[in-house]
Design a protein around this ligand. Sequence first.
Ligand code: AMP
Length: 427
Amino acid sequence: MAYSAPRGTVDILPEKSGKWIKLEQLLRTISANYNVKEMRTPIFEHAELFNRAVGDTTDVVSKEMYTFADKKGRMLSLRPEGTAGIARAYVENKMYGLPEKLQKVYYMGPMFRYERPQNGRQRQFHQYGVEMLGVESPYVDVECMLMAVTVVEALGIKNVTLHINSLGDDQSRDAYRQALKDHFAPVLDQLCSDCKARFDKNPLRILDCKVDAKNPAMQSAPKTIDYLSDHAKAHFDKVCSLLDDLEIDYVVDTNLVRGLDYYSHTVFEIISDDPKLGAGATVGGGGRYNGLVEELGGPATPGVGFAFGMERLLLALDDDQDDDEDGLDVYIMPLGSEAKDLAVQIIAMLRANGFTCDMDQCDRGLKGQFKSADRYHAHFSMIIGDEEVQKEVVNMKCNHSHTQDEVPLENIVAYIENHMSGGHEHE
Ligand code: AMP
């Protein structure tokens, strides 16, 4: 019986994993640059956490979550996003009591959503996300956005636009919720059954509805920005003026509400028209979530963050980075069983000295072994035949300078080091 990977999942094969490592390293470097530390939380959490944090009227929770009962009947969910787990861990580990009031963390790893798989949409996908908890300040919002912009710039993603909007504070959201209800009440019977339920529980989510997207009432719906309290408006104005001062291009997109319930104040998305990603692709997004930590039982703690889909970041990275594949330092090519016994000793010694190396394990002739050396982009091919065993030497062929030397066993490391540091050119 042949098995296939579950629908919506992807195997990352060795030929592709190098790109993932490069992307991860770049993201770790940028994180360090912003003094953001890694935090790792479980891949599954209590289902209730996401119902509470993300919201049970959102599509992510109500339609897309992988939820199951464990052997003791506890309801658990594979995480569909990273913020809820971070906020839960922040409360559970009393990180609000740490001397540094502003805690800046990042996470990287798989997320799970039961969506219809299509180009750029998987059921298991990866996100890199950043959360900044503890300080309510437009300066922190802007640091977050700046970091998100740094990521896309570092990856060379083209034609990106930062879209921003404000959902306001509790007071603004109450006023806006009422405005939405007044707006949709007369047309409620034209909307789908999900939207009818959303109308009572959470009218903001009507705006995400894919079924009713074309309904004229959607286009003419009130905008959050017109319902901001004085405090929320001042916060948003400061965000905009800081972005102006930093000369970061942005557009105020009054339709941007984001699909998760925990957001308040600033929300943003990075949208790219890079042809590699497909027009108008959202590479990542985020926003402020001042009520979340309190909602999860912690003290009132403001937060702001963003997440990028790593598969989308990789698409952008794909083309330009093909040629700099890291090669082996040495590929060892033994010919015969005595040579192989010697090769095993040499390879252990070379690895202990920090060189990357491999050897033939298939007892092939020279031609086949040279092909492997080539495929692995080996700097050196080390040939060991009966004669070399007898003379206690190896034959070192440099695949860069195409020179070949007989090297006594005790000189191998010195020879490689000298050659690699450029000493060879002066011989
Ligand atoms: P969200 O958590 O919904 O704001 O998503 C943040 C980013 O994660 C999106 O902009 C996408 O780049 C990525 N993303 C979300 N869902 C998926 C998915 N099913 N497959 C691949 N990437 C996704």
